[in-house]
Write a protein that binds this ligand. Structure first.
Ligand SMILES: [Zn+2]
Ligand SMILES: [Zn+2]
Length: 210
């Protein structure tokens, strides 16, 4: 380390990398957190399986209903369905597997049932995680998405209400929808990046017809 070159920082937390973390994009504690989040999602007692348990076939053979809730189509039901169906958690995981494969970091899964695909993707990502920490520049984005899956799933399973969403308006007039526990966002209009507190200090956008 020289005086004029700033020590590289973890792209996630973002503390300075220590000597034994040289050459990595993220620090060891952040890598371990990603690994714990992945581990929590997979397996027969994992978050994905527990979300699926909340869905049972509708009594009259219609669309799946969610146990313990009257009627169908409440926001929580829809959230569970969108997380557990193709396009939900499994697609997020498999998209990262495919993305990592372009870095020589992963092998494609072999299809099968959704739970199997989730488990395979998680196992692949965990097996390659340490190498990804020094090879994959977008590990912070992956960490954010995986962490969000874990928080969403845990909130649903524990019966918490989903965080309230608010529409905020950037000075460039672009309206973005954020949750009250957002870690930040990038404005689609002007590409400006907002952190958590900056995002929540933006003026609320006027509610528009949905
Ligand atoms: Zn870190
Ligand atoms: Zn903007």
């Amino acid at each position: 380390m020289t005086d004029d070159a700033p020590a590289p920082r973890c792209t996630i937390c973002p503390r300075q990398l220590l000597d034994h973390e040289t050459g990595r994009y993220v620090c060891l504690p952040c890598e371990q957190r990603i690994d714990r989040d992945l581990q929590a999602i997979a397996g027969p007692a994992g978050l994905y399986a527990r979300l699926c348990l909340r869905i049972q076939p509708g009594r009259r053979g219609g669309a799946p209903a969610v146990s313990g809730t009257p009627g169908r189509g409440t926001p929580a039901d829809l959230q569970i369905l969108s997380l557990t169906a193709t396009g939900g958690i499994v697609s997020t995981l498999e998209t990262w597997v495919e993305d990592w494969a372009t870095y020589g970091l992963a092998i494609h899964g072999t299809g099968g049932r959704l739970q199997h695909r989730v488990d395979t993707a998680v196992a692949t990502l965990r097996r390659n995680l340490t190498r990804a920490a020094s090879r994959h520049p977008a590990l912070d984005e992956m960490a954010r998405e995986i962490g969000q899956i874990r928080r969403q799933a845990e909130a649903i399973i524990s019966g918490e209400r989903p965080p309230r969403r608010v529409a905020v308006q950037c000075p460039c007039d672009t309206v973005s929808t954020v949750t009250l526990n957002t870690s930040g966002f990038t404005c689609r209009g002007c590409q400006r990046e907002y952190g958590h507190s900056e995002a929540l200090q933006l003026p609320l956008a006027e509610r528009r017809a949905a």
